[in-house]
Design a protein around this ligand. Structure first.
Ligand SMILES: NC(=O)c1ccc[n+]([C@@H]2O[C@H](COP(=O)([O-])OP(=O)(O)OC[C@H]3O[C@@H](n4cnc5c(N)ncnc54)[C@H](OP(=O)(O)O)[C@@H]3O)[C@@H](O)[C@H]2O)c1
Length: 266
């Protein structure tokens, strides 16, 4: 995928990974449609990018059908799109029984239903060699305590990406799946950051993750996981899940302690 002059829709552009992606894509000469929910934040972001005159913003809540419709109207004006990056996402670190129905619904809706609905809606506006990139997670391949709902949404997003890519084979269009590991953004609470430190879990900067995503995009790489040993664990979990069961069982007391702290609001 040639990124210079490529027309790219980036959801979740105001977030940690989204802003870094916007910077690196704009530096490559891409023309961006930046989606978030806050107009002021998006305006500031667009103005700070290389070639600000090339970019547009759209403030829309993607969990609201009206918000998705507003976005689609703007997409129709920009058609054909070369790339759509489904990056907006959310998570909730908590034991399942501590999660409210609303929290469960929000994670499944934003992380899974929205990328599915947007992919379906943008296909008619996607260029013949166009690409959809779905931002997953290492937790889309490894079931992890405290993240059962988030894992469910990202496992399903990975399956959706694979199936849709196979559905589009021969059409020239592709669906890529890109999976960061823990990344230093406001998605993770202070408790989660402290837990990651206690577990020795590596955390990347959003800049490192964005560089890797742009590289995967420019190579049309169908699947990429970020970070070592996560790449190994993804494969190990697929082939020998009982080994990963044992490794995670050893971490469980620590995870439990932080889930408890999280519940108390520490
Ligand atoms: N950070 C990590 O550790 C990590 C690890 C692996 C994968 N990921 C994945 O990477 C992606 C980006 O995460 P991030 O860390 O950059 O998160 P973030 O900093 O929290 O940003 C989330 C983005 O999603 C947008 N968003 C939230 N709810 C929305 C809604 N209802 N409608 C439209 N947009 C909405 C936010 O917009 P507002 O600014 O308006 O709230 C923001 O732009 C997510 O898919 C996440 O699952 C993150």
């Amino acid at each position: 995928m040639k990124l210079d002059q490529a027309r790219i829709l980036l959801t979740g552009a105001s977030g940690g990974i989204g802003q870094a992606l916007a910077r690196h894509l704009a530096a490559q000469g891409a023309r961006l449609l930046l989606q978030g929910r806050n107009t002021e934040q998006l305006t500031q972001l667009a103005a700070s990018l290389p070639h600000p005159e090339q970019h547009q913003i759209i403030a829309a809540d993607l969990c609201d059908p009206a918000g998705r419709n507003t976005l689609l109207t703007q997409i129709a004006d920009l058609s054909p799109l070369n790339v759509v990056i489904n990056n907006a996402g959310t998570n909730q670190f908590a034991w399942l029984e501590q999660q409210s129905e609303a929290q469960i619904h929000q994670q499944i809706q934003l992380n899974l239903e929205v990328p599915i609905l947007l992919s379906r809606a943008v296909l008619p506006y996607l260029a013949p060699q166009g690409v959809i990139m779905n931002i997953g997670s290492s937790l889309g391949s490894i079931g992890y305590p405290g993240y059962s709902v988030y894992c469910a949404s990202k496992f399903a997003l990975r399956g959706f990406s694979e199936a849709l890519n196979r559905e589009l084979q021969g059409s020239g269009r592709q669906v890529l799946y890109f999976a960061p590991r823990a990344t230093k953004t406001s998605l993770n609470s202070a408790t989660v950051n402290a837990m990651n430190e206690a577990l020795g879990t590596q955390s990347d900067s959003a800049d490192v993750v964005a560089l890797q995503a742009v590289d995967a995009l420019s190579r049309n790489q169908l699947r990429r996981w970020v970070g070592w040993p996560e790449k190994l664990f993804v494969r190990l979990n697929a082939l020998f899940p009982h080994l990963v069961d044992k490794a995670i069982a050893k971490q469980l007391p620590i995870i439990h302690r932080f889930a408890h702290a999280s519940q108390k609001g520490d």
